[in-house]
Write a protein that binds this ligand. Structure first.
Ligand SMILES: C[S@@+](CC[C@H](N)C(=O)[O-])C[C@H]1O[C@@H](n2cnc3c(N)ncnc32)[C@H](O)[C@@H]1O
Length: 483
């Protein structure tokens, strides 16, 4: 599903830009060519096929998942820079009342900070199960096409540049396991079957967690238990032991995505958590919790966020800013707040996923950070009341927000905008041209009593793009708003 979605807008945009970018005689393939018998030529010259060439399924998949893979990393960064500037000039244009004009930026956009690791950087991958190119319905990889059109093809991700070897190995073993299993795969929910995706999480040290998703259909718990035992046996004693899994989870789910509360993540084997290090802080991550997918680039991101939230601290000799509070909205496992905690008096984090909040509390204690408090709930439900309860006399209130792609709920934007104690707001987004743009405009527009945006307007004063996703068109951007 995710892949099908990823294929839409951004891929089309990149195709167009790639064509423009490579205009000097290089032809970029079109999507939708028929499958080819040509095999993937690993290690050979990356020659882009012409529009008339047959294109292998592997190449087509790489063009969808990592559409910049043919470009040098410098060219990828150049393209991302242009894209970020184009998106952010929309905001400038909107604020000045002009139509958005390219290059007309009213605030600086720094050069994209590169990812320290370019290949195999992902620490989390989810592989689907579907019909392969050879028609085998027990194929583990990434699928293209849609169920509605009946043209789904699942292709192994072994050649994808952003995927680490360990994730590929676990996916291959899972495919081997389900091919041995007597149960059918669950290709479409309404047509039955059981084996669904597998998610693999790894950390810098190579620890590995696998989460298998399973549709129980009408199986009894005792029948499901037999297949869970086979799965454990395969990965601990059988051929899958080559993966050296540190944890094996199992989730029985009859929906596309279930939270732990809706259907618990069952630990079948090993350690309940995976740990990651960022800027010398250690973080526990639960099966269900969000964590940035590129650990090395996440360090660049968190250092940037910290410096924009609490600047000049180095010059102050690393002193805590007296009377300062930081609100970390959509805080996940607490990584942003905790990495900023030495520089402020108090951190308050808000997060929807309960397991992530538990992780955040644990992480504060794990790092001996005593000035953090984490609240579980929807930011739109928690924040308006919280902001009105806090006393700000003489206190400096800074906010960092890092919502999911859906952006911030308008009640959150309203509460932030209408609290005069907030002078600095740092917005972190992996999709600034989507719902986040609506948030930016509401933070910065003239006061509007109809929309209940009565507080003084913010202005964007600096943007720092950071490349967390080499070979893809995506980029994280950190925008500083001040007033
Ligand atoms: C992009 S992640 C950022 C997490 C964290 N800042 C980090 O760097 O790891 C977005 C987070 O927002 C949480 N979230 C989504 N909707 C939310 C809401 N309405 N209220 C609070 N948190 C929400 C998600 O569970 C997820 O942990």
């Amino acid at each position: 599903m995710a892949l099908v979605a990823a294929r839409s807008k951004s891929v089309i945009f990149v195709k167009r830009d790639l064509l423009r970018f490579l205009a000097n005689g290089t032809i970029v393939t079109e999507q939708g060519n028929p499958p080819s018998k040509k095999r993937w030529r690993k290690g050979k010259e990356k020659k882009p096929p012409s529009c008339t060439d047959d294109v292998s399924w592997e190449e087509r998949l790489a063009d969808v998942v990592t559409p910049l893979w043919r470009l040098s990393y410098d060219k990828q960064l150049e393209l991302k820079q242009q894209n970020q500037e184009k998106i952010l000039s929309q905001l400038s244009g909107h604020l000045s009342g002009d139509s958005p004009v390219r290059d007309k930026l009213s605030f600086p956009v720094l050069p994209v900070l590169p990812s320290p690791v370019r290949d195999g950087y992902r620490n989390k991958s989810t592989f689907s199960v579907n019909r392969g190119v050879d028609g085998n319905p027990k194929t583990v990889g990434f699928y293209m096409g849609t169920g509605r059109k009946g043209n789904i093809v699942c292709v192994s991700g072994d050649h994808l540049l952003n995927m680490p070897q360990k994730h590929k190995l676990v996916a291959r073993c899972y495919q081997d396991f389900i091919r041995l299993s007597s149960l059918e795969p669950c290709l479409l929910f309404h047509t039955g079957g059981h084996w669904r995706e597998i998610t693999v999480r790894t950390n810098k040290e190579g620890c590995t967690m696998a989460i298998v998703y399973f549709h129980p259909q009408s199986l009894t718990p005792a029948e499901v238990a037999v297949h869970k035992a086979e799965l454990v046996d395969y990965f601990t004693q059988g051929p899958g032991s080559v993966c050296q899994l540190d944890s094996l989870y199992f989730q029985e789910s009859s929906m596309t995505r279930c939270t732990h509360e809706q259907s618990p993540y069952q630990l079948l084997y090993g350690q309940p958590h995976i740990y990651e290090e960022i800027l010398d802080f250690k973080f526990r991550i639960s099966a269900d919790a969000f964590f940035q997918v590129n650990q090395a680039a996440a360090e660049v991101l968190y250092a940037t966020v910290r410096d924009l939230c609490v600047p000049n601290t180095e010059e102050d000799g690393g002193q805590t800013k007296a009377g300062s509070t930081l609100l970390d909205v959509c805080c996940g496992t607490g990584a942003m707040g905790i990495t900023i905690s030495p520089r402020v008096d108090k951190i308050i984090g808000i997060e929807l996923i309960e397991q992530a909040v538990e992780d955040a509390k644990h992480n504060a204690a794990l790092n001996n950070v005593l000035n953090c408090e984490f609240i579980s709930g929807k930011a739109e439900a928690v924040l308006p009341g919280l902001i009105s309860q806090l006393s700000f006399a003489g206190r400096c209130l800074t906010v960092v927000v890092n919502p999911a792609r859906a952006g911030l709920h308008h009640r959150v934007v309203r509460a932030l905008r209408n609290q005069p104690a907030i002078r600095r707001l740092v917005y972190v987004s992996c999709k600034p041209d989507g719902e986040a743009m609506r948030n930016f405009k509401e933070l910065c527009c003239d006061p509007n009593s109809q929309k209940k945006l009565t507080g003084e307007a913010f202005s964007p004063t600096l943007a720092v793009p950071i490349d967390l996703f080499p070979h893809t068109p995506h980029c994280e951007v950190v925008i500083l708003f001040e007033r």
